[in-house]
Design a protein around this ligand. Structure first.
Ligand code: FAD
Ligand code: MLT
Ligand code: ZN
Length: 473
């Protein structure tokens, strides 16, 4: 019998419906959301079951062909995109969309990797529960991608990252074996907690095919405020006031610089400035509670009153009604997209200790403005987690190439500043290919060595998403 070769093996694994070999139909699978990275592929395969995923992995292993896992392809580090060799196979989980089980008493939901985040939020709500992961990309990103990037978003302050929201995983290992770790137990002290190897591994240690996720009691009351403050220090002080008074009712605390807001006002749809005068910084504060009449507006107003007494807040409004709440969140979530209209930009996703945020902002802003006068610094993000999206847009009057040629130098300045405050150069987006090389200068050598040993143990032939996360060794 003639050897079927890779196409034959893949066709045997997923049938015609799950196999794309025509380059003209591969389009969206080959470049990332920002169009910052693009590649070519020998094939795109779209399995509908864990067994099909395992069959694909075995087929590719037999042919010595690398597999690039892909979910919603909203990642911001080029992690889900193949290289330009044309030899890699993109394995998209976008057809694995079953909600396998919901257990409201155990407060768990079991979903397949290709389920879109928004669908999990809706399934939880239908059971009178909450699945709290919330990202601007929730309409497209998938649970498999959320797990593989250990996604954060706006609810980390109260509920943690994807790592904290996960109880069990099903994973196809690089050798094609299926690990069924789909346990919905909150306690299981029987050795190493293996799921944590695959959460945040960005597809380099195996393919997540399903997960058991935690559910929480539904939120029945919310209060949201838009607050103007004069500095990053004032924002941190405001965080301290609100957190001390409201405790775990504080579920989101998002900072935005005036530059960020200006971009959304300019490019967003229907966005408007709530205050008459311009302020340097804004904070979106949200409280929530399971009590239907928790009178959170009053609690938020008390916190704001204290902020005014201590001269921390410059102006504030507590949103009245869901339309105004939605408009405030649109202002926040619109920044990422709005920045794309302003020419080439450099995205950073850093964490520093919350107490270091003011000094980090002051020192790094000053250094960048000296290095490139006119640079536009777009600072926003999840300040309650110490996580700033510290993005840079080119000066209005400079040409794109001048800015692009300075990109590496400017990024280094941001990363060096982050590291000087004991921070991390990737808070929630991961390393992918964009930070794969630079991480070697910011991560402890022993940690990199242990990561490489784990990679070698699980994927000795380096066929699982090569070129991502780990610097070439
Ligand atoms: P993909 O982009 O498809 O893949 C991401 C990585 O995971 C790749 O390395 C891929 O190989 C791997 N992967 C995907 N599926 C699997 C699988 N089943 N098994 C193994 N590996 C897999 N991120 C945040 O953390 N917080 C935010 O607030 C946030 N907001 C965003 C807003 C916008 C507008 C956009 C465009 C992105 C945002 N992101 C945010 C980034 C992105 O949405 C997240 O990283 C998300 O978790 C990626 O999910 P995905 O399904 O699109 O993954
Ligand atoms: C966000 O918080 O908006 C996301 O992480 C995406 C981004 O930083 O652009
Ligand atoms: Zn973010």
């Amino acid at each position: 019998m003639t050897d079927p070769g890779l196409p034959g093996r893949l066709r045997a694994a997923v049938g015609e419906a799950g196999l794309v070999t025509d380059p003209a139909r591969m389009g969206g699978y080959l470049s990332d959301w920002r169009n910052a990275y693009s590649g070519t592929a020998a094939a795109v395969v779209r399995p509908v079951s864990t067994d099909e995923v395992a069959a694909i992995v075995r087929a590719c292993r037999k042919e010595g062909v690398a597999v690039v896992p892909q979910g919603g392809n909203t990642g911001l580090c080029g992690g889900a995109v193949p290289d330009t060799s044309g030899r890699q196979v993109v394995l998209s989980l976008d057809r694995m969309r079953r909600l396998r089980a919901v257990d409201p008493v155990n407060q768990t939901i079991t979903v397949e990797a290709g389920v879109v985040l928004q669908a999990v939020q809706e399934a939880a709500a239908a059971e009178g529960c909450l699945f709290p992961l919330s990202l601007g990309s929730e309409g497209s990103c998938t649970i498999g991608g959320n797990l593989s990037t250990n996604a954060g978003g706006t609810g980390v302050l109260r509920y943690g990252t994807m790592r904290d929201l996960t109880l069990g995983l099903e994973v196809v290992l690089p050798d094609g074996r299926i690990w069924n770790g789909l346990r919905g137990l909150r306690k299981d002290n029987t050795g190493y907690d293996l799921k944590h190897l695959f959460i945040g591994a960005e597809g380099t240690l195996g393919l997540v095919t399903a997960a058991v996720l935690k559910l929480f009691p539904a939120v029945r009351s919310r209060a949201t405020a838009w607050v103007a403050v004069g500095s990053a220090q004032a924002a941190v002080d405001l965080f301290g006031i609100v957190r001390a008074l409201c405790g775990d009712r504080l579920t989101a605390f998002e900072i935005m610089s005036r530059q960020s807001v200006d971009f959304v006002l300019r490019h967003g749809t229907g966005a408007r400035d709530l205050f008459g005068s311009v302020h340097f910084w804004y904070v979106l504060v949200e409280l929530s509670d399971t009590l239907p009449d928790a009178r959170l507006d009053g609690l938020l107003e008390a916190a704001l009153a204290e902020a005014f007494d201590r001269d921390v807040a410059g102006d504030a409004v507590v949103a009245s009604g869901s339309a105004q709440v939605a408009a405030l969140w649109a202002l926040r979530e619109g920044i990422s997209e709005a920045q794309n209209f302003e020419g080439p930009s450099l995205k950073h996703d850093v964490t520093v200790p919350i107490s270091s945020i003011p000094a980090f902002v002051e020192r790094t802003d000053k250094a960048l403005r000296a290095a490139l006068p006119g640079i536009r610094i777009v600072t926003y993000g999840h300040i309650g987690d110490g996580n700033l999206h510290y993005n840079l847009s080119k000066p209005v009057d400079s040409d794109d190439d001048t800015f692009r040629n300075l990109a590496e130098e400017l990024a280094r300045m941001v990363y060096d500043a982050t590291s000087s405050f004991g921070g991390s150069i990737s808070a929630e987006h991961g390393l992918g290919q964009s930070k794969r090389d630079v991480i070697a200068d910011y991560k402890d050598g022993l940690e990199l060595e242990l990561m490489r040993s784990l990679k070698h143990l699980l994927d000795p032939r380096g066929l699982m998403n090569p070129g991502k996360v780990l610097p070439a060794w």
